[in-house]
Design a protein around this ligand. Structure first.
Ligand code: SF4
Length: 459
């Protein structure tokens, strides 16, 4: 019982987080930056921050995640990090030759108040940025928001630095939100099936899910190119998937380049994927191909066949707001009962979004966001009344073990399993995979707990 000190009684807290259901902003900025082709992310702060951010992503993706750091020591902490960043920009372009350096800040450089825009201008003046190369940045103070905020800030930074105006094209921008490389690949596959030209940004497929070829590529073949990012200002529309991770960049494109934007929940599950496909269909004025309708039909078939195993099962979920809203809707559609939901990412809108997808069907649901919506509170709720299934990142494995409840690993980070970066959760085929995993856990549990006389061969 690793969590044996967790009590059942919930006491109101205002200044204490225990086992947060989030991580820090620069991790999201770093992840987003990896979705630009030939980009080297740069952490403007101390080495310790950068080492943590890289290791968090490396452990989740099981791929070497590269990033440079301004390597603050006592001097930079007192006098500011300008000279460190200038030297870093010069060194990085000389040694590693990226096309883009994407700088994000840290708690330390934010507290000092380093002006990154001015430092980048100084680097240009000193001719530290070669012709045709770029340095972009975003601010990621980790004492506010979460890794999802950092992701959103870096994607907005991409628009601010690269998007350009010009004659409108028929292309649709898609900002995929914080999803896996496999999900980004699936979004592209669906659009290709429908014959729709898109610019997906950021795009970490073929960056963090690279095949083993025997040759190490410092800059893998994937990622959105700079030319594509420049064209985003000319697209006919931007589709922001997940408002917390994607809306800021979409609004920036709207405000600066008059590219209208629409927001949808992440296409996880049946209805969310229907809305995504329908939005694409209407915007691009195309028909949905029969092959995609077949995928939907197969998903419907599994739902219908296995409904008895989903019905009424109580579920506890934690993680990122955009992912939680989408998967909660899917669970409700399966007649499951998402009863406990927490996200450490602050934002009151999360509560109304969850309320909307619950559709009043789970009146006993407890939902909380922000600093005190942590894994400790989640465990306390579970101790008060048990659930049948846990859905969330690896940090839930302690609750899973102590309370003997099956855990579906979903979200970020997943440190103790593989597959999440290779198999999608979005789209109809992603929903089928989620169903298969949920069913596997529920049916294994039923088998394990069945008395001998009711142990079934055929289920
Ligand atoms: S919370 Fe702040 S100090 Fe800690 S690793 Fe993140 S950026 Fe660095």
């Amino acid at each position: 019982m690793l969590l044996r000190h967790t009590t059942k009684e919930v006491k109101e807290r205002s200044a204490l987080t225990i086992n947060p259901a989030k991580t820090c902003q620069p991790i999201g900025a770093l992840y987003a930056a990896l979705g630009i082709h030939r980009c080297l992310p740069h952490s403007h702060g101390s080495q310790g921050c950068c080492a943590y951010h890289r290791s968090a992503l490396t452990r989740h993706y099981k791929e070497p995640v590269m990033a440079a750091t301004s390597s603050f020591t006592e001097g930079a902490s007192v006098f500011g990090g300008q000279s460190n960043l200038l030297q870093a920009i010069n060194n990085i372009f000389s040694v590693y030759e990226p096309d883009v350096i994407a700088v994000h800040t840290t708690c330390l450089s934010e507290t000092i108040g380093d002006d990154i825009t001015q430092i980048i201008a100084a680097a240009k003046d000193k001719k530290f940025i070669p012709e045709g190369k770029y340095v972009i940045h975003c601010n990621t103070p980790s004492y506010v928001g979460s890794h999802v905020t950092g992701f959103s800030n870096m994607v907005k930074g991409m628009v601010s630095y690269f998007a350009q105006s010009g004659p409108q094209t028929k292309t649709i921008n898609i900002i995929p939100g914080w999803v896996e490389p496999s999900d980004m690949r699936e979004i592209k596959r669906i659009c290709k099936m429908m014959g729709i030209k898109i610019i997906l940004f950021p795009d970490t497929s073929d960056v963090l899910d690279c095949p083993q070829t025997g040759t190490f590529e410092f800059y893998p073949k994937g990622g959105t190119t700079i030319d594509e990012l420049k064209l985003t200002g000319r697209s006919q529309m931007t589709l922001a998937l997940g408002r917390v991770a994607s809306l800021a960049a979409a609004r920036e494109l709207d405000a600066k380049y008059k590219v209208p934007c629409e927001t949808l929940e992440l296409p996880i599950g049946l209805r969310a994927t229907d809305r995504f496909v329908d939005m694409l269909r209407r915007t691009a004025r195309v028909d949905v191909p029969a092959s995609l309708e077949d995928e939907r039909g197969r998903l419907m078939d599994i739902i219908t066949d296995m409904h008895q195993y989903f019905y009424g099962k109580r579920v506890a979920l934690w993680g990122d707001p955009d992912q939680l809203v989408a998967i909660t809707e899917f669970l409700v559609d399966l007649d499951m009962r998402p009863v406990y939901i927490v996200t450490g990412t602050p934002g009151k809108k999360f509560l109304s979004r969850i309320e909307k997808v619950l559709q009043g069907k789970v009146p006993e649901a407890k939902v909380k966001e922000g600093a005190c919506a942590d894994m400790f509170l989640m465990h306390q709720w579970i101790k008060q009344e048990k659930v049948d299934l846990l859905i969330g990142n690896t940090y839930g494995k302690y609750i899973s073990r102590d309370e003997d409840i099956p855990l579906l690993r979903f979200g970020f980070p997943i440190l103790d399993r593989v597959g999440h970066s290779y198999f999608p959760s979005v789209g109809y085929s992603g929903a089928m995979r989620l169903l298969e995993k949920i069913l596997g856990l529920l049916m294994d549990r039923q088998d394990r707990d069945a008395k001998e006389e009711s142990f079934e061969l055929v289920m």
